[in-house]
Design a protein around this ligand. Structure first.
Ligand code: ATP
Ligand code: MG
Length: 197
């Protein structure tokens, strides 16, 4: 059984806030996959057009495998691209989900461009992170948690309790924002395609 507990989700769904509390409450070690790659120089090159680093996945995974081998307990990994982590390293993947209209508000507080906000809200509407995780790890390891109307502390307590085996969640992906959003709201986010900013 793998030792990694993954906290995944679209940007703004609460990975960092929740992981910080989870580490405190549950006494675990954690890494942020992107920060770790940059900190350790596991980078292939900088993609100026997308304003992002292209990660050297092989080096990053080697490092994670060594780290989890040396650890006694679980290693919590926060990321929005969990699918690069080998499945045998992974015990459970918690996918944080947030109602797209609430997510939009959270992302607007970050002074991001409209295009970047819409791209990310659209990814949440389509469940990109959740479905990629199911494809990579199988539905039985994937647990969705709705963080739309909860406090980070409640979610951290829940995940801690699941890790300790005190709470049992049903695995799989069931959240479907498309079925509850008015179509005009979906079109509003879809309109980022082809926009410049
Ligand atoms: N139940 C909740 N769980 C987590 N965050 C919440 C919750 N309710 C509101 N928030 C707020 O949402 C924001 C989530 O931001 P956070 O930085 O944790 O997201 P993230 O998933 O780490 O994003 P990124 O991928 O960009 O790093 C915070 O401002 C947090 O206070
Ligand atoms: Mg974060």
């Amino acid at each position: 059984m793998g030792k990694a507990i993954i906290i995944a989700g679209t940007p703004g769904t609460g990975k960092t806030s929740i992981t910080r509390l989870l580490v405190e409450k549950c006494g675990l070690q954690s890494v942020n996959l992107s920060d770790l790659a940059i900190e350790k120089g596991f980078i292939q090159y900088y993609d100026a057009e997308r304003n992002t680093y292209v990660i050297d996945e092989e080096k990053l995974i080697d490092y994670l495998e060594n780290m989890s081998r040396e650890l006694e307990g679980h290693l919590v990994i926060q990321t929005h691209y969990p699918e690069i982590i080998p499945s045998d390293l992974v015990e459970a993947v918690f996918i944080l989900r947030t109602n797209p209209l609430i997510l939009e508000k959270r992302l607007m507080e970050r002074n991001w461009s409209k295009r970047k906000i819409n791209e990310n809200v659209m990814a949440e509407i389509l469940g990109v992170v959740a479905y990629n995780a199911v494809e990579a790890f199988g539905a039985s390891k994937v647990y969705e948690i709705d963080t739309s109307n909860t406090k980070p502390e409640e979610v951290a307590n829940l995940i801690c309790s699941v890790i300790r085996g005190h709470t049992i969640l049903e695995p799989g992906v069931r959240i479907d924002w498309l079925s509850i959003l008015p179509p005009e709201e979906v079109f509003r986010f879809e309109n980022y395609l082809g926009s410049e900013d």
